[in-house]
Design a protein around this ligand. Structure first.
Ligand code: ATP
Length: 252
């Protein structure tokens, strides 16, 4: 990977860009994944490259939802594998659930490579290499899922996902947690809980919240979830962008 000096003002963003580019080279990430990363970077820039208080509240609600779930599942795509493979394994371990590789631009080779990467990072249970069922309402390759994983889950975490899959999962009666820097995306608008934050910052905090909240009674978790309002949270993200922009221009 290109050596980026830590003193560079855009260090974290450049490291993420390098990771996704490396993901393409190593065969985890599709070429289209580079464009998705660019879209994410742009929104991160507009948000001030920080976890806003509303994103932190969404992370807490997401942790509560994962802990309340009867059978939660986590979806991993090529960008997620390139950016946070270890962090996803740690989250799955904290919840004691499998990771499921699920790709928009599916190729068996990419699925295998991502599954091998997750195993190399310590994942015990990785699904997705042998899908045995389809999600209704999606075209064949994108619909592929695994019984015992996403197909049977009541709550699914879908980081960096497109709107169609989010809708298909919701139509099956599942609750969906999105991690998506774009508060205007169809995914963010439709999801039960949308974390508008960079996956690099969001996943470690989500794992931390899962650990902290795991000893709480269900009634406390239910209250946290009931207090969360996705529409208000997205409106706050838009407000955070406006405030960040005006603070930048006041300084100039
Ligand atoms: P939709 O179909 O939901 O309207 P989309 O067409 O933007 O969304 P994709 O192109 O699949 O969907 O992009 C995935 C989303 O992931 C984008 O909204 C992008 O902002 C977001 N994203 C990209 N990189 C990151 C990142 N590092 N952290 C969080 N979100 C990211």
């Amino acid at each position: 990977m290109t050596d980026i000096p830590k003193s560079h003002p855009r260090y974290a963003s450049l490291v993420a860009r390098e990771r996704v580019a490396e993901g393409v080279k190593r065969g985890y990430t599709s070429i289209q994944g580079l464009i998705a990363q660019g879209r994410g970077e742009c929104f991160d820039y507009l948000l001030g490259e920080r976890t806003t208080p509303s994103a932190a509240a969404a992370i807490r609600a997401a942790a509560a939802l994962l802990l309340l779930a009867r059978r939660p599942a986590i979806s991993v795509n090529g960008n997620v594998a390139a950016l946070v493979p270890e962090e996803m394994v740690t989250l799955a371990q904290a919840l004691d659930i499998p990771l499921e590789v699920n790709l928009f631009h599916r190729s068996e080779e990419r699925v295998k490579r991502i599954a091998a990467l997750l195993r190399e990072k310590g994942a015990k249970d990785v699904l997705g290499e042998q899908p045995d069922i389809s999600l209704p309402g999606l075209d064949h390759a994108r619909a592929l899922a695994t019984r015992g994983g996403i197909y049977d889950a009541d709550v699914v975490l879908i980081p960096l996902e497109d709107g169609d899959r989010c809708e298909a999962l919701l139509a099956m009666g599942k609750r969906v947690i999105a991690i998506d820097l774009n508060p205007l995306s169809r995914t963010a608008k439709k999801a039960t809980v949308s974390i508008v934050d960079n996956i690099l910052r969001a996943v470690p905090q989500l794992t931390e919240q899962v650990r902290q909240l795991s000893s709480k009674p269900r009634s406390d978790l239910e209250r946290m979830l009931n207090e969360y309002d996705n529409e208000k949270s997205l409106a706050q993200a838009a407000q955070d962008i406006r405030e960040h922009l005006s603070s930048q221009f006041q300084q100039a």
